[in-house]
Design a protein around this ligand. Structure first.
Ligand code: 4AD
Ligand code: MG
Length: 433
């Protein structure tokens, strides 16, 4: 029999096929069994009749949840069945039966989140978690497709680095060979600035690390970031690239992962509006909006989750806030020549209260100003010599940004917390499994 995946079973209506997977659940009703199989691509309900297939019935009767099975049967379209098809089982091979004395730990009922996270390696088998991971994969695929299509060249950044990129308070120090110290990268930006001067338009896409003490639903200590960087580019170019990238990712998921979004009961209408142009507001204006809505903020404050939620709730698509005060932004940001107290940077805030998904802007291109900044911030000048070389030799205006993958996917999926959208989340108090 041809082995087929459950997601493709509709192409075999009326034919006999084999499915290899696991028993998700089973209801027994006298001489009939109603197993539900899963294979990672979806779930399908089966029917096993004792009268018609006594051998298969004997194999499947009393079979335990998550036991691995290979079943053969005829595919029948059935409107009432989840997924629209049923499998009339003629043959069943049990690969491994989970003994009743030691059942699968995750039952089909509500469990506490700590228990589920302790069992993340099993929890991901649930239709909801598997759907989220499939959406994550589509988001990555679409993001790369977009960047490649825009002529950006993938250049990977190192994970071991000699210095901080995003502030020294969130650095993970690791002991390197022979008493040397290294840090896990917080961002590949400084390195893509170098590759941008070599190749023009580049991006990196990999894991980044922050020793974040914040225990919020938006923070991981290990997360993935896509970071474009382009020579001869300015703030406005990056806002255009950012909205193009985000809308392509969202619309690709809507188009190619409709079934998964349905499993998550995601309101797709809220995603369909995510198309350029995204609104752009200046920091000054954002402060006014926040004050009007009763938030106690003053010019010069950075925004926390609450402020971001208020701002993003004003729009039906992500909003880009640009020109924050230089004082609250990273050392490498280029000041606005017209108002040097403002940085030529922007954040993109996702809708529905998911907060900042992109941070970026124009980089400081003057050697003198950059050295000054490095000294002011007490950063190790030695470790930045190579970075300063990019300003010594053929410096050009350039800009880029970082898109946080997990925050973006959490928003697309509508999950409560970003820990659900990475296979094995790393958080302040969680390293297991
Ligand atoms: O705003 P951030 O810190 O910007 C940078 O790292 C720049 N060097 C990027 C660049 O210009 N190339 O981080 C960028 C994005 C945030 O907008 C957010 O989506 C995500 O990375 N992010 C996190 N995601 C999960 N957990 C955390 N602890 C995160 N910190 C940042
Ligand atoms: Mg940021």
């Amino acid at each position: 029999m041809p082995v087929v995946s459950i997601e493709k079973v509709g192409e075999h209506d009326g034919k006999e096929v084999t499915i290899r997977g696991w028993l998700y659940n089973q209801r027994e009703s006298g001489k009939l069994l109603f197993p539900i199989f899963r294979d990672g691509t979806g779930i399908i309900q089966g029917v096993v009749s004792q009268k018609e297939n006594p051998e298969a019935f004997a194999q499947m009767q009393g079979m335990t949840q998550e036991s691995s099975v290979m079943v053969t049967g005829t595919v029948r379209a059935d409107q009432r069945a989840p997924g629209g098809y049923e499998l009339h089982v003629t043959q069943a091979v049990i690969v491994q039966k989970i003994p009743e004395s030691e059942p699968y730990p995750i039952q089909l009922k509500e469990h506490g989140v700590d228990f589920l996270l302790d069992n993340r390696h099993l929890w991901m088998r649930s239709p909801r978690q598997a759907s989220i991971l499939r959406i994550r994969a589509e988001a990555i695929r679409a993001a790369r497709e977009y960047m490649d299509g825009q002529g950006y060249i993938l250049t990977d950044s190192p994970i071991f680095t000699p210095a901080a990129c995003e502030g020294t308070t969130t650095l993970f120090e690791v002991s390197y060979i022979d008493d040397q110290k290294a840090y896990l990268t917080q961002s590949g930006q400084l390195y893509v600035e170098a590759t941008a001067a070599a190749l023009g338009k580049v991006y990196c896409f990999g894991p980044t690390f922050r020793a974040e003490k914040s225990k919020t639903r938006r923070h991981l200590t290990e997360f993935w970031m896509l970071e474009p960087e382009a020579a001869y580019a300015h703030l406005e170019d990056m806002m255009v690239l950012g909205e193009g990238l985000v809308s392509h990712v969202v619309q690709s998921v809507v188009k190619n992962r409709a079934r998964e979004l349905e499993t998550l009961k995601r309101d797709v209408k809220k995603l369909e509006t995510v198309k350029p142009p995204f609104p752009r507001i200046q920091y000054d204006e954002a402060i006014k909006i926040l004050q009007k809505s009763g938030k106690e903020v003053k010019w010069g404050d950075d925004f926390g989750g609450d402020e971001e939620t208020v701002l993003s709730s004003q729009f039906d698509r992500p909003v880009m806030v640009h020109r924050y005060p230089t004082a609250i932004k990273a050392f490498y940001m280029e000041p606005d020549p017209k108002r040097p107290e403002l940085a030529l940077g922007f954040d993109m805030l996702a809708s529905e209260g998911y907060g900042e998904i992109i941070g970026g802007g124009e980089r400081m291109s003057s050697y003198e100003n950059l050295v000054k900044r490095i000294r002011e911030q007490g950063l190790p000048e030695e470790a930045f010599q190579w970075y300063l070389d990019l300003r010594r030799y053929g410096s050009v205006p350039h800009a880029g940004f970082g898109l946080g993958l997990e925050r973006t996917v959490a928003w697309i999926c509508g999950t409560e917390h970003i820990r659900e959208v990475i296979p094995f989340p790393r958080m302040i108090y969680r390293m297991y499994p």
